[in-house]
Ligand binder design. Structure first.
Ligand SMILES: Cc1cc2nc3c(=O)[nH]c(=O)nc-3n(C[C@H](O)[C@H](O)[C@H](O)COP(=O)(O)OP(=O)(O)OC[C@H]3O[C@@H](n4cnc5c(N)ncnc54)[C@H](O)[C@@H]3O)c2cc1C
Length: 248
């Protein structure tokens, strides 16, 4: 495990502001988590778990503890008949995962196209948009439990998903580090067109839109509202819903 010092955090966030992390490490495998936590404990450091930094405001003074960036990659797709189970590493780009599901003809997350961030951040605030939420397809969350000091598997019910909340940002805040997320996606599932913007987009169309058309529509609608991160476009430099400030 490589622990760096005084690493600027601004480039790791969509807002591109804020100071440095006193210590910073990037984790690519779950086995590295205990070592990173051990380092923080030995030095009496607070830790902060960083995903894609798209819901984060870093103060100018930075963070005096250890920032752990989750970069666990890999997606396993398993055919279960009518559905497909996808277990995605917390460090996978969320939108690339959505695109891969749509390309495979799997429904359930197509309306969540274009949302910035990594897979591991999605259960934290039960990411949702255009009529879908990840809680509808998440079957379980594999996480490191800092209380029990071991990897646990939390069922959908145990995550207590509500509108933009879960145990991860409410009752059990700071307890779990999300390592992988297991989704159940439908084959031949009906694409979701329940949101007014999408209904307007497809008004007048006689045939049922393909998943790829839903994804294209969502991306177009979001781009029109500055809700897709486009490098160099200041309109998309926003923090949605939760202003999550790094605490010392
Ligand atoms: C332009 C724009 C559009 C957006 N649109 C939407 C939208 O339509 N719907 C919506 O719901 N959100 C939206 N968001 C918010 C944001 O994209 C989501 O909250 C996203 O899931 C954050 O993921 P992240 O990886 O960037 O997390 P970060 O910003 O890095 O972290 C956010 C919080 O989650 C915690 N966290 C992150 N990863 C983990 C992990 N692996 N384990 C434990 N805790 C972790 C962090 O500690 C922090 O508390 C938008 C943001 C922007 C900038």
């Amino acid at each position: 495990m490589d622990i760096k010092q005084f690493i600027p955090l601004a480039p790791y966030t969509s807002l591109q502001v804020g100071g440095p992390a006193r210590y910073f490490t990037e984790i690519t495998h779950e086995s590295e988590v205990p070592e990173a936590l051990g380092f923080a404990a030995d030095q009496s450091l607070h830790i902060f778990i960083l995903g894609g930094g798209s819901n984060l405001v870093v103060p100018d003074e930075g963070f005096p503890g250890l920032v752990i960036r989750l970069s666990i990659r890999g997606i396993d797709w398993t055919d279960d008949g009518d559905s497909v189970t996808a277990i995605a590493g917390s460090g996978e780009e969320w939108d690339a995962f959505v695109e891969a599901a749509v390309e495979r003809g799997l429904s359930g997350i197509e309306c969540l196209s274009g949302i910035p961030g990594l897979v591991g951040g999605t259960p934290v605030q039960n990411v949702g948009a255009y009529g879908q939420e990840v809680s509808e397809t998440i079957r379980s969350v594999h996480a490191y439990d800092r209380q029990q000091k071991r990897i646990v598997q939390l069922s959908n019910a145990e995550c207590s998903f509500r509108y933009r909340t879960s145990i991860f940002n409410t009752t059990e805040r700071d307890r779990y580090i999300v390592l992988r997320v297991r989704f159940a996606l439908s084959r031949d599932g009906k694409p979701a067109i329940c949101y007014p913007d999408l209904q307007r987009y497809f008004a007048g169309s006689n045939s049922r839109p393909a998943l790829s058309e839903i994804r294209k529509a969502v991306l177009e609608i979001r781009t029109g509202k500055g809700m897709v991160i486009v490098p160099g476009d200041p309109d998309c430099r926003s923090v949605k819903l939760v202003l999550q400030k790094i605490r010392s």
